[in-house]
Design a protein around this ligand. Structure first.
Ligand code: ZN
Length: 268
């Protein structure tokens, strides 16, 4: 008699139905998408799992226990792979905000450099970033774009899906993307709070950005500008240390977000 399979526990947060739309199969980017992602469904499902595990870990306790800490209600996610300028963006569908669309540029996929592994890595990285937008809270639209983008790249960074040209530092703490992502990771480490970003995200469910009040509270009431200065000094110190003990020379920066100039675009 065949052994009874052990039922797997239900997922902490259900993954909505996942759809794919590719109209022009002949486009080089579409062909690359299929040849470098063995199963689009598995890639999307795994990417959703990564995002949900990062933003809503079991240890996350909501201030108000009802509703339990979780993402917005999402009824479906449709990935559109089609040619357009830029990298990717996420938006609500024509139906409503609960049916999400992730648009991945086939033109962008067509021009990603590197071997098959790198192309697969880049596609998964961009999908994780976009799916973070699907499942994150945004303070009712009041959260600054730089913070929204920083949280999305923090998820990508934590999943080890950042492109090889990413480096710490930048113009300001809320410049967004990897600049803010690395800073958020540094803050988590400084305050020994691995839940700092999930707590920030969850706070944006029930309250607006409100001049960064919740963020400041999570940073032990310190001013973010002072923390950024401290981070820059720490970064400089680490860089000098690295110069003394050179590791492998880093790869040359590759402008992944060249098309469109603005990197990812998100519409809220
Ligand atoms: Zn984005």
């Amino acid at each position: 008699m065949a052994p009874t399979p052990t039922p797997s526990p239900p997922p902490e947060h259900a993954i909505p139905p996942l759809h794919l739309q590719v109209l022009n199969l002949a486009h080089e980017g579409a062909q690359r998408f299929f040849s470098h992602t063995s199963s689009p469904h598995s890639v999307l499902e795994k990417s959703c799992e990564i995002v949900l595990a990062a933003l809503y870990p079991p240890a996350l306790i909501a201030d108000d226990s009802s509703p339990p800490p979780g993402p917005p209600t999402i009824r479906s996610v449709t990935l559109h792979v089609r040619p357009f300028g830029g990298v990717a963006h996420t938006c609500g569908s024509d139906l409503d905000e609960q049916h999400k669309e992730v648009h991945l540029s086939a033109d962008y996929v067509a021009q990603v450099g590197g071997d098959s592994r790198r192309i697969n890595h880049e596609i998964r990285g961009v999908l994780v970033h976009e799916l973070a937008h699907v499942f994150q809270w945004n303070g009712g639209g009041s959260c600054p774009g730089g913070v929204i983008e920083g949280i999305a790249d923090w998820v990508r960074l934590g999943a080890d899906l950042g492109p090889p040209h990413w480096r710490e530092g930048g113009d300001s703490w809320d410049a967004g993307y990897q600049t803010t992502a690395y800073f958020l990771a540094w803050l988590s480490s400084k305050f020994k709070n691995s839940l700092l970003v999930p707590e920030l995200n969850l706070a944006l469910r029930s309250s607006g950005w409100d001049d960064g009040k919740v963020f400041k509270k999570l940073c032990h009431d310190k001013e973010v500008k002072e923390l950024w200065e401290e981070y820059e000094k720490d970064l400089e110190k680490r860089r000098k240390q690295e110069e003394k003990e050179p590791e492998e020379s880093p790869p040359k920066p590759v402008p992944t977000h060249a098309a469109g100039g603005g990197g990812y675009n998100v519409q809220y």
